[in-house]
Design a protein around this ligand. Structure first.
Ligand code: SIN
Ligand code: FE2
Length: 218
């Protein structure tokens, strides 16, 4: 059982076992010099495509604020979920994906056994204390052969990792600043989510957690 004690993160911790044959968690994949560059790019993206709280089809408000970069951006509203080439807030294309991000995502995918990953979108989630992401599948992409690559920055989160059915038992484990999580293949449609974020402080991002999730859509 993983408890909050693990928030006193010890770099020698082994990767969480048994996430799946096609899933890889890499601790400290992003070092602080890369993290700083990524955070600068997030500020630039936010200036052109601001973080916003989207709604669900039933009118609920997502507690994490989100924006995107790359050719496509993920949207959720009264019409449902979809990818759009335009940001409805600005009526402009999404900011381009920094080359560094693309390269890091491809490197993470390759280390997990997925060669030739070329992300077409990066969804950037900003979590504050209390923000969460309910259990869901990432299934809005047409190209399910490509993995999802996620980077975590800032304060920690507890990730829930389920099975292919919503009812399957979930494993809960922390994601820390710098971690990369790649899931594809047989694990591509596993249910997952983020438990309500606890109050923490991180030197680079204060009380915030950012997740960057890269996807190939077509
Ligand atoms: C997601 O499931 O799309 C994002 C997960 C995360 O915030 O790490
Ligand atoms: Fe997801």
């Amino acid at each position: 059982m993983i408890t909050d004690d693990l928030f006193g993160y010890d770099a020698s911790l082994p990767p969480v076992p048994e996430l799946g044959a096609d899933t890889l968690l890499m601790r400290q994949f992003i070092d602080d010099s890369l993290a700083l560059q990524i955070i600068e790019s997030v500020k630039h993206i936010h200036a052109h495509a601001p973080f916003r709280h989207m709604t669900t089809v039933t009118g609920g408000r997502l507690s994490a604020s989100m924006t995107s970069c790359g050719q496509w951006g993920w949207l959720s509203d009264a019409h449902g979920y979809r990818y759009s080439e335009y940001d409805p807030l600005t009526n402009k294309p999404w900011p381009s994906m920094p080359a560094l991000w693309r390269d890091l995502a491809a490197k993470a995918a390759s280390q997990a056994g997925f060669e030739g990953f070329v992300p077409q979108t990066c969804l950037i989630n900003c979590y504050k204390t209390g923000s969460k992401l309910s259990l869901h599948q990432d299934k809005d992409e047409h190209h399910l052969g490509a993995p999802v690559v996620g980077f975590s920055l800032g304060i920690p989160a507890i990730f829930c990792w389920g099975g292919l059915s919503r009812q399957d038992q979930t494993l809960q484990f922390p994601l820390f600043h710098g971690d990369a999580l790649v899931f594809g293949g047989a694990d591509r449609l596993r249910y997952h989510g983020i438990l309500p974020i606890k109050r923490h402080h991180h030197a680079l991002l204060k009380s915030c957690r950012l997740s960057l999730t890269f996807r190939q859509i077509f």
